[in-house]
Write a protein that binds this ligand. Structure first.
Ligand SMILES: [Zn+2]
Length: 535
């Protein structure tokens, strides 16, 4: 989801882009200098953890992990479950600038990668600090910004500060929305190639497309690939009939976002979505309601066509980044609106941005009810089957959230994506793999992040609860458990997020976010009210 760039793409009004990127740059609050986190250390030792890696290996522990500065130096097996650890068998403390954390009984995973992480900004009214802290507090140590909606310059500036660890933020990859910064629409293959080269020169990591005229689109993808950069596409309906995911994957696209373009590639007895006569793309209730019937219009699961398309995409090494969570309000509107975290973690401006409206993008709750939700439940069933089978046949599926739209909050929505991948049929270890090494592969960074292995960056998620047993324990609001004394408790939430060998107390980051929200509520005399309810 992204509103203004998206609209401007549709109409080819790149002028609008220029204005919006200028406006956004001016209005998003920069991240403040880092005041959080311990480290990096010459030697950091994390002791006594159970390792949940992304290599396909089962959990194993107790383990001590040794980090030098920002790199993993040693992974030592130090004992057996239920047996006291012999201290002599453990790595010894370093001499200077050394730190040990006792994580006995805890779990450690590679840092999470959010493959669809808009940084928010003017539309959402979200300062960068708020977004970055919500991400880190949920174990997200790397994000891909699909569109660089605050302007490429702003994003690259924050990317550098994150790399230097002078701000509290995940690693950032910038995929500029195609055409950003141009005063004229890109209408020729030559202009497309020039823009792509310029984008690479500026330091972008890739391009985010929404669709384009085929000759222009193919030229842009080709040039981008030649330069060794990656690409993402939200196949918007206005262009998807000319190039669906098979066409774009063949032309060099590396990842697809959401799901649009996939059912279209699977059409076997039609060539267009079954649009009713009174359809109007600018009526978003209509757009999303009809989209909810789309998977049913595609080739049947298990059919020859179903597997032909799947097999070809896998052969092309194509990545699916489904972002299941961002459509969840379509199948359960109340669940999305009433999520546990809104009260303390959703900023007033963001709540207003979500409000039903005929104008705002992703706010199409004009008359959304049982019939629409049932259609969407069915849509999900088929879509999830495709994604799960894609994974089973060796295809790459990543984890992305698209937060900041449709009642989906930064960090929390990413964990919800774990639950939805699980619902699609992924084993919990396959979910963790999707959230870590699969993302790293799609970004071309699997040599440095995505797994806990010697030589890689020290990016970790450390938890007290076993995430494989219940992903809800990863939510900042925790999971509900009744203890032996029949008392209800909240357990979980990430304990530590480690990025580049810097140890962040995830609970403290959450407290900072609650304080930002609390202050905004007092300043604006605001309370969260559900749509149609007045004070
Ligand atoms: Zn998006």
């Amino acid at each position: 989801m992204i509103k203004l760039n998206f609209v401007s793409k549709i109409f080819g009004l790149s002028v609008l882009l220029m204005f919006t990127s200028g406006l956004l740059t001016a209005q998003i609050e920069n991240a403040p200098k880092r005041a959080e986190g311990d480290g990096p250390f010459d030697t950091l030792i994390i002791r006594g953890v159970t390792l949940i890696n992304s290599t396909g290996a089962p959990p194993i522990g107790p383990i001590d992990i040794v980090v030098h500065n920002n790199k993993i130096a040693r992974i030592a097996q130090v004992g057996y479950p239920g047996v006291p650890i012999d201290p002599k068998s453990r790595p010894q403390k370093g001499t200077k600038n050394s730190k040990e954390i006792d994580c006995t009984g805890m779990y450690i995973m590679p840092g999470f990668i959010d493959m669809h992480g808009h940084i928010g900004g003017k539309n959402q009214g979200t300062p960068a600090e708020y977004v970055f802290k919500l991400w880190l507090a949920h174990g997200i140590t790397t994000i891909r910004d699909p569109s660089a909606g605050n302007g490429l310059k702003w994003v690259l500036d924050h990317k550098q500060q994150s790399r230097d660890n002078t701000i509290t933020a995940p690693r950032i990859l910038a995929y500029t929305s195609f055409g950003q910064g141009e005063s004229e629409p890109i209408l020729t293959a030559l202009a497309a190639r020039n823009w792509v080269r310029e984008n690479a020169k500026k330091g972008a990591d890739g391009i985010k497309f929404f669709g384009a005229e085929p000759e222009v689109f193919r030229a842009a993808l080709d040039e981008n690939k030649k330069l060794g950069l990656r690409s993402a596409c939200h196949h918007a309906q206005l262009e998807v009939a000319r190039m669906n995911v098979l066409a774009t994957a063949r032309a060099g696209l590396t990842t697809m976002e959401h799901w649009y373009g996939l059912p279209e590639a699977l059409f076997d007895d039609e060539t267009l979505q079954n649009y009713p006569a009174d359809y109007n793309y600018n009526n978003e209730q209509h757009r999303f309601e009809e989209a909810g019937k789309l998977w049913k219009q595609a080739a049947k699961p298990g059919s020859d066509k179903w597997y032909q398309v799947m097999d070809e995409l896998i052969k092309l090494d194509f990545t699916l980044d489904p972002t299941f969570n961002i459509y969840e309000a379509n199948r359960d509107f109340m669940r999305a609106r009433k999520a546990d975290w809104h009260d303390e973690y959703t900023l007033p401006a963001l709540w207003r941005f979500y409000a039903p409206s005929r104008i705002s993008h992703g706010s199409y709750w004009l008359d959304w009810g049982t019939e629409q939700e049932i259609q969407w439940k069915e849509n999900y069933r088929i879509w999830m089957q495709f994604v799960n089978e894609y994974k089973n046949k060796g295809g790459r599926v990543t984890t992305g959230s698209d937060s900041g739209f449709i009642y989906q909050l930064y960090g929390f929505a990413y964990i919800r994506e774990f639950e939805l991948l699980r619902e699609a049929g992924f084993h919990p270890l396959e979910v963790i793999r999707s959230a870590t090494i699969k993302g790293a592969e799609a970004l071309g960074m699997d040599n440095v992040i995505g797994s806990i292995e010697i030589g890689k960056y020290a990016d970790f998620v450390i938890t007290e609860e076993n995430p494989l047993a219940n992903f809800k324990t990863l939510y900042g609001t925790g999971a509900i458990k009744v203890n032996a004394e029949n008392k209800v408790e909240r357990v979980g939430g990430v304990k530590y997020t480690v990025k580049d060998g810097i140890v962040y107390d995830a609970k403290k980051l959450l407290a900072d976010v609650r304080a930002i929200v609390k202050k905004a509520k007092i300043d604006e005399d605001f309370e969260i009210l559900q749509p149609g309810i007045e004070k």
